[in-house]
Design a protein around this ligand. Sequence first.
Ligand SMILES: NC(=O)c1ccc[n+]([C@@H]2O[C@H](COP(=O)([O-])OP(=O)(O)OC[C@H]3O[C@@H](n4cnc5c(N)ncnc54)[C@H](O)[C@@H]3O)[C@@H](O)[C@H]2O)c1
Length: 357
Amino acid sequence: MVKLGVIGVGRFGTNILNTFKQMEEEGRCKLAAICDINKETLKNQSEKYNVKGYTDYKEMIDTEKNLDGIAVATPDPFHREPVIYAANAGKHILCEKPLDVTVEGCQEMLKAARKNNILLQVDFHKRFDPFHIKLKADLQEGKTGRIEYGYAHMEDKIVVPRDWFPGWASKSSPVWFLGVHLYDLVRWLIGSNGKQVYARGRKMKLKEIGVDTYDFVSAMVEFENGAVVTFDTSWILPEDFEAVVNQGFRLVGDRGIIECDSQDRGTRVSYEKAGVLTYNPVFINENRDARTGKTRFSGYGIESIADFVYNLDYLSKGGRLQDLEGGITGLGEDGLEVTKIAVAVHRSLETGKVELV
Ligand SMILES: NC(=O)c1ccc[n+]([C@@H]2O[C@H](COP(=O)([O-])OP(=O)(O)OC[C@H]3O[C@@H](n4cnc5c(N)ncnc54)[C@H](O)[C@@H]3O)[C@@H](O)[C@H]2O)c1
């Protein structure tokens, strides 16, 4: 049974812990160690998940020699070092998006993964959304013909950069936090990499409240196959907006069109003082499993993490890394291509010009 560790057990690391722990209870893996530099977070999570904790990821990796795989959920700019250290120790890796915030960083991470023949997986969960999987199948069957152009948006409520991680939001941007999800989704759907971009953005509202980053970034990306897709990303939606995230996309081909509201899946509620809310119930759901009395987690936000465990199980039984290429798993190579687009978007924001990916 595969043994797992997690580095960075904050807000999103908790989803990873919930997934691994649930799969441990199903006999599919063992959550063996966790690490966080924040002692209070570490103590709380170690107690809650009944797992050994470390404040230093190197110590965790050096001590827990039996770990097969490690998930990294540190803030965006701090994935690189733990990933390279884990790769050089021969551990398979699930890295949160973005793989790194520099192209060189991604290349170094990929080099370490290839040298050590380990799986470097990136948590691009939009690939696991059942609505997106259905549309991908239609695209693969050629129902839309060749995609010519499209549009995608992902917008968070202002609580995300302002309240959820005020410590590092200014080191991130709507591109790094949200855009990378969409760039990967469109790449995966249309099967083509970015070629050139033109982007505009603005620092205003967040800067005024002390978070020095872009309010929004609009980027027009031309892909190598000629498709042109415009991506709007922002994190300044008002607190009273109907959901934490607003998201969706449309792609138009020479023989068809696909559209997806990836937020509003048709559920609408209204409660006193809460206004009207829409839910995205396919992302992460919690319900009580009557058979075990425990909370059960499901949805594409969980499936994407569970996929790492399925992959490690497959590899442990003699499967080859190459077999995972071209499937639903986001690989290090995908992480690199996505970061290339994101870096070119930021470059274009600075130069005001079209930039090559
Ligand atoms: N897949 C998704 O949908 C999704 C959603 C949210 C966040 N994320 C990504 O997950 C990552 C973490 O985001 P978050 O919202 O959980 O942030 P967070 O700030 O809540 O958690 C990060 C944790 O990492 C710890 N940490 C920082 N440096 C460390 C180090 N060197 N060693 C060990 N621990 C360290 C921090 O103490 C903190 O507890 C980011 O890359 C983010 O973009 C992904």
